[in-house]
Design a protein. Sequence first.
Length: 413
Amino acid sequence: MATSPRLLSLDAFRGFVILAMIWVNYVAGMPGIPYWLEHAGPTADGITLPDLVFPAFLFIVGIAIPLALHREQGRFSAALLGRLLWRAGSLMVAGVVLANAYRYDAAAALLPRAVYFLLFYVAMILLWRQTAQRGAAFWAGLALMLFLLLSFRGQLNAEFSSVYLQHTWWGILGMIGWAYLLCSVIYLAVNGKPLLLLAAFGLLIVLYLVGTAGLLPLPQALNEVVNVPQVLGSTSANVLAGTLMGTLFLRRAQPEGLRPVSPAVPVPPAPAGNALLHRRRVMLMACFAVALFGAGMLLRPLHGINKVHATESYTLVCSGLVLALFILFYVLIDVLQWRWWSVALMPAGANALFAFIAPDLWEQLAAVLRMPRWWWPYLESGGGAGLLNAAALTVAMMGLTALANRAGLRLKF
């Protein structure tokens, strides 16, 4: 199997999704903005622009799984499982900490809030920094992270019954960790075969439907650890939809052209072979996008399109819309090779984890240094000025990520 060169459209699309995530996070709760820039409510049957960001990130995680794991097909080893568990577990731990962040009690804890979370991000950087091997920085980050986990103290409320770190839900990163682990295991178990992946995708949707209907006899202890229908069902199905599409990029036309089926059939030149491959990929992705969207709309009467409950229709409709947008990136960047416009997206696309933490990392650093928040003049007042302020801050965070890349702070969990 010949592997494709780096999928530049995936890097650009990842950077675009990160940019959108940062912007909508700054916009969240802002007064005087259009309704479609606010998250749909907990009982809503429909989606807005911010509701597409998380499914897009999940879909991207899925596309990357075959590109990263195709060499491991048929070699499911303990070492590989350990790497998958480390990656997923790291995301789960980070997700729980961030889910507890709002209740941090500086009066009862050892460290002021800003210092605690600044050190938390420093520990993440030391643990996830891309290096050839684990050196002293990694072990220092691990020791710092353990100290922070043990020293956390939080206020009690209706959600949390302990002053220590407590799992009530996994947070965004933790949900990604669970879905990544399950879909990676599925991909390896079926040896990357597209039809089996498609069948597994359908089973995950069924898992959500059966679990939501109360027809899935699961031990209470498991339900307390993870919401099986939502996290291992619909959310993981979102990732697996991307995984299925990721298998399309594992083969490429041979440089000298396609192999003839018989001596009488001439060999087309490489450009023709590449054009055929691009056309096939676009056609398959477009058909799958339409099928996803159509299935989501057909199932909509069951539970509606609802982000909070991660309904099957939400997963299917959003996956279809996200895939349609990714097709546009693929055609422009990898097919037509119009790449100049995506240059600004590439730094975040190549260092998505740093870009994810960059806004709060900056806020905690500024708080520790007691810097006046001159970059925050219009966010609370909202309106057009607030939206422009959010856009300026988003560009600044993309610039901070580019500087981190230049400094060698590329993160990979």
